[in-house]
Write a protein of this length. Structure first.
Length: 297
């Protein structure tokens, strides 16, 4: 059985990585742009927010600056691809590698602790509710606002042009769409969301670490693919919501696996569990599709 603390802790992590899933959704599903920058922009957001907070900045402003930093990382990746014609996957790898050194430069050391410093969660710590409910409630508000703004953007004229760019860039250019600019904008927005997630993650956990971004892209993909396998993706709003649900269910599955004594898994088995869950999320929908085709035949 999973305790209340473990359950709501998993929900909290799921909400945070839901923002990551939104960013991965833009890159992989909207733009068809395989972007590994998120493994660097996640700790980048954490590093910027933590460093600014420790130096006395307002935590809300520090969080906003972390999102801007994530956007800048995305701009670099997309610029390498669009302007210098470097393969998109390679461009993202180059930026991700560079961000490791940049994050160390920003923090001045491998990690920065936020214990005792004011964060965006501090004003709500006096609520007369169990402590393990505070962060999930606050993060739910963050994610809801981002979700509504994201859906509004994706259904706008600019969002439709971006989606057209990902589906068929040649046709989009023929219709007067500046595909290069939209690619840069989209990858910047994707990494901005990931940077925001990193900033909030650092403040909720009380620390920022240079290695905290390892495997972020896998978690984001697991959330996107898993959500698509569970919920309908007929509309863009449902599709984006499916990413959030996928992130929460992914973290809950991790929590259940690690707390199930009969399975015998431990914390060091986290990467193994992740690999198995991602594999299942990819394979099960395909098996269902093949079964349906076989039944019709």
């Amino acid at each position: 059985m999973v305790s209340s603390i473990a359950f709501f802790g998993a929900v909290e992590s799921g909400l945070l990585f839901g923002l990551v899933a939104f960013g991965v959704f833009i890159a992989f599903r909207v733009l068809d742009f395989p972007d590994l920058t998120v493994d660097g922009s996640f700790p980048l957001g954490a590093a910027v927010a933590a460093t600014l907070i420790v130096t006395g900045w307002n935590p809300w402003l520090a969080t906003a600056m972390a999102m801007v930093a994530g956007c800048m990382a995305g701009v670099v990746t997309a610029w390498l691809n669009v302007r210098l014609q470097i393969l998109n996957l390679l461009a993202s790898i180059l930026t991700m590698i560079a961000l490791y050194s940049i994050n160390l430069r920003i923090m001045g050391k491998p990690n920065v602790a936020l214990l005792g410093d004011e964060t965006v969660f501090t004003p709500f710590e006096n609520w007369d509710i169990p402590f393990y409910l505070i962060n999930p409630i606050i993060l739910s508000g963050f994610v809801l606002v981002v979700y509504l703004l994201f859906v509004r953007f994706m259904t706008s004229e600019l969002g439709l042009a971006m989606r057209a760019t990902g589906v068929n860039d040649k046709m989009a250019r023929a219709n007067g769409v500046h595909t290069g600019r939209l690619t840069i904008l989209g990858v910047a927005l994707a990494n901005g969301m990931v940077g925001l997630a990193g900033a909030l993650f650092a403040q909720s956990q009380g620390t920022a670490d240079v290695t905290m971004g390892v495997g972020t892209i896998v978690i984001g993909l697991a959330a996107v693919i898993g959500g698509e396998a569970i919920l309908s993706t007929r509309t863009i709003a449902r599709w984006i919501f499916a990413c959030l649900v996928g992130a929460i269910l992914y973290r809950l599955a991790i929590a259940v696996a690690l707390n199930a004594d009969w399975i015998g898994l431990k914390a060091q088995d986290l990467n193994l569990i992740t690999a198995v869950l991602v594999t299942l999320a990819i394979v099960i929908p395909r098996m269902k599709l093949l079964k349906r085709k076989g039944g019709r035949a």
